[in-house]
Design a protein around this ligand. Structure first.
Ligand SMILES: C[S@@+](CC[C@H](N)C(=O)[O-])C[C@H]1O[C@@H](n2cnc3c(N)ncnc32)[C@H](O)[C@@H]1O
Length: 276
C-alpha cells in the first residue's frame, strides 16, 4: 500500500473510533513511523510502505483508536512554535494555554526591565520555557508537586538551552519557591471530579486534571496565596475553565486591586489576570 492509501484508511478508522482530528492524527503517526516531517508525506504520496513499517503503524493507530493521546505515542508535542518532550507523566500541552503565554510575553516585553516570573504546576515546562524563550528579560521559577513531571520539565529546559533562566523546584503551589515575583503564571488542574472526559483526556495524569470544589479549589488557593508573593505592581495569570470563573473571580475580587478575563481562540473565557 502507498502512503496516500494508508492515510485514507487509517483516518477513516480513527474517525469511526471517535477522534475529531483523525486525518491529522493519522499523518502525525505515519510521519513518526517513517521518520519524515508531516508535510513531506505529501511529497511522497506514492511511496510504498514496507511490511515492518505497516506493522509499526498499525500498532500505533490501534493504540490511538483506544484513546491514547498522539503526543504520548510519538513522545513530543508542538506548543507556541516550540517542540516539547511529552510522556504520560505530564499533561499534553494544549493550544488553549497559548493565550496565557502570549499575555505573559506581552507583559514582559511592555515592562522591558528584568522580570521574576513563577510558573506554578509546570508539568512539561511548556509555559515556563515558552515565556523564557520569547521574553529575554525574564527568569522563571517553576514548581510542580509531581517529581515525575519535573524530570520531564528538566529535560525540556535542557533541550531548549534555558538551564540558566528556568529553575525547577518541587513543592505544593508556591511553597517551594522563594522570594517575590513580578508575574505569577499557572495552569493548575481545574477539572471537576465527576466530569465526563473523552478517553484521550482521561489518559492523562489525574493529578494534572482534577481539583476539588467543582474544579476551583487549587486556582482559588493559589489566588489566596499569591498576593503576599507579588512585588509592587505584580500580576497573576491563571488558566481556567469558564465553569469555575465565578468561584475564582470571587477570590480575585478580595486579594487584588483589579482583574480581567482573556478569551481563548475559540472565544471561551480562559485566563484570569489579576493585579496588586
Ligand atoms: C493542568 S497540568 C498543567 C501543566 C502545564 N503547566 C501545562 O500547561 O501544560 C497541572 C500541573 O500541576 C501540577 N500540580 C497539581 N497539583 C499541584 C500543587 N498542589 N502544587 C503544584 N503543582 C501541582 C500537576 O502535577 C500538573 O503537572
Amino acid at each position: 500500500m502507498t502512503i496516500v492509501e494508508v492515510l485514507k484508511l487509517s483516518a477513516d478508522y480513527l474517525q469511526k473510533h471517535g477522534s475529531d482530528s483523525a486525518r491529522l492524527d493519522a499523518e502525525i503517526l505515519l510521519a513518526d513511523v517513517l521518520g519524515l516531517r508531516r508535510l513531506d508525506l505529501y511529497l511522497r504520496f506514492d511511496r510504498k510502505l514496507q511490511e515492518d513499517e505497516l506493522a509499526a503503524y498499525r500498532s500505533l493507530v490501534a493504540r490511538r483508536a483506544k484513546g491514547e493521546p498522539v503526543a504520548y505515542l510519538v513522545g513530543h508535542r508542538e506548543f507556541m512554535g516550540l517542540d516539547f518532550e511529552v510522556t504520560p507523566d505530564v499533561l499534553v500541552p494544549n493550544p488553549d494555554t497559548e493565550v496565557l503565554v502570549q499575555r505573559a510575553v506581552a507583559i514582559a516585553r511592555e515592562v522591558g526591565a528584568p522580570l521574576r516570573v513563577a510558573d506554578v504546576g509546570t508539568g512539561s515546562g511548556c509555559i515556563a520555557i515558552s515565556i523564557a524563550h520569547y521574553a529575554q528579560n525574564t527568569a522563571v521559577w517553576a514548581s510542580d508537586i509531581s517529581p515525575q513531571a519535573l524530570a520531564v520539565a528538566a529535560r525540556n529546559v535542557a533541550q531548549h538551552g534555558l538551564a540558566g533562566r528556568v529553575h525547577l523546584e518541587p513543592g505544593d503551589l508556591m511553597r517551594g519557591l522563594s522570594g517575590e515575583f513580578d508575574l505569577v503564571c499557572a495552569n493548575l488542574p481545574y477539572v471537576a471530579a465527576n466530569a465526563n472526559l473523552p478517553a484521550e483526556v482521561s489518559a492523562q495524569p489525574s493529578r494534572a486534571l482534577f481539583a476539588g470544589d467543582g474544579g476551583a479549589a487549587l486556582v482559588r488557593e493559589l489566588l489566596a496565596e499569591a498576593p503576599a508573593r507579588l512585588k509592587p505592581g505584580g500580576r497573576v495569570l491563571v488558566e481556567l475553565d469558564p465553569s469555575i470563573l465565578t468561584a475564582v473571580a470571587d477570590v480575585a475580587g478580595h486579594g487584588f486591586a483589579g482583574h480581567r478575563v482573556h478569551r481563548d481562540a475559540g472565544g471561551r473565557e480562559r485566563v484570569l489576570e489579576a493585579w496588586s
